[in-house]
Design a protein around this ligand. Structure first.
Ligand code: C2E
Ligand code: CA
Ligand code: CA
Ligand code: CA
Length: 279
């Protein structure tokens, strides 16, 4: 038994050692990528099912690693958060996204609003609001053309962290706020309030297979009715099939985003997509 225990122990410490090694390497390369601002931004359109109009376009970070190829955000963002690097990465991404949207705006391309993801660590930086306003001004993008996608848990953050006041300040300038991954967090209905929030984004897990999963249909319908009753916009993410679009349309969930509309695209390609659809 003693021997077995020892074996298990060394097995776990080997796993742990490798895990830490992997994280250290990733962290090292991430610092270089931040310094070189080599994180890229992809854009995924959001459209209205009833009018076909473009409601928005979401910026999604991409990291093309020199030797490892594309590393998905789901893999490196948790490491970035643990290493205290997420705020720096977020700024590279937000600045690049706002720069692109500023160009589209000047070119007269219709894109609704640029939506950027913002995590709690980014929002907790004391000068996040100043950074945002400076960037909008420098790139010539009106605040009304920007929306921040924030997960529920961050919005519900204690007033003491200053996040709530910062978000009110940002919103009072005309920037929209939305609850991302809605339905997966600690949905406190007291924060689903049109005085604080402009849009709810229904999480992918409720949208996928909506046409064959009765429970998902009920959840999406309930969220859609809640939003409509309160006068908050609603969007479904992760719609992959025509059947899902049909179900969403019949429920009255007007805005959608997902592979069935368009994949996330690099800047040039996103611009072409917008140009093809601009009136
Ligand atoms: P999210 O905000 O929920 O973004 C939606 C994710 O679903 C994206 O994954 C997108 O590529 C993917 N997606 C879009 N349509 C479909 C579909 O029809 N089917 C499926 N299966 N997936 C779809 P991605 O780009 O890998 O991003 C993962 C997460 O990483 C995001 O989830 C977001 O939480 C985070 N993230 C991405 N970019 C940023 C960023 O710039 N800043 C911050 N703070 N977080 C980011
Ligand atoms: Ca998002
Ligand atoms: Ca999501
Ligand atoms: Ca998310």
């Amino acid at each position: 038994a003693k021997k077995q225990g020892g074996g298990a122990f060394s097995f776990f410490s080997e796993e742990l050692r490798r895990e830490l090694e992997h994280r250290k390497l990733l962290e090292h390369d991430m610092r270089i990528a931040i310094a070189e601002k080599s994180f890229q931004v992809y854009f995924q359109p959001q459209v209205s099912l009833t009018t076909g109009a473009i409601a928005g376009i979401e910026a999604l970070v991409r990291w093309k690693h020199e030797t490892r190829g594309m590393i998905p955000p789901g893999e490196f963002i948790p490491v970035a958060e643990k290493s205290g690097l997420m705020a720096d990465i977020g700024r590279v991404v937000i600045a690049k996204a706002i720069r692109a949207a500023g160009e589209w705006h000047r070119a007269g391309l219709q894109f609704g609003r640029l939506a950027v993801n913002v995590s709690g660590t980014e929002l907790r930086e004391v000068d996040f609001d100043a950074f945002l306003f400076d960037t909008l001004e420098a790139e010539g993008l009106p605040p009304q053309k920007l929306s921040l996608e924030i997960v529920e848990s961050v919005i519900l953050d204690d007033e003491k962290t200053g996040i709530a006041a910062k978000l009110r300040h940002i919103r009072s300038a005309g920037v929209h706020l939305e609850l991302d991954d809605f339905g997966t967090g600690y949905a406190s209905l007291s924060h689903v309030n049109p005085n604080e929030i402009d849009r709810l984004k229904i999480d992918r897990r409720f949208v996928q297979n909506i046409n064959s999963n009765g429970d998902n249909t009920k959840i999406v319908r309930a969220i859609t009715e809640l939003a409509r009753g309160l006068g908050i916009s609603i969007i479904a993410e992760g719609a992959e099939t025509e059947a899902e679009l049909t179900s969403l349309k019949s429920i009255g969930c007007d805005q959608v985003q997902g592979y069935s509309i368009a994949f996330p695209m690099p800047t040039e390609q996103a611009q072409e997509w917008l140009a093809l659809r601009s009136p």
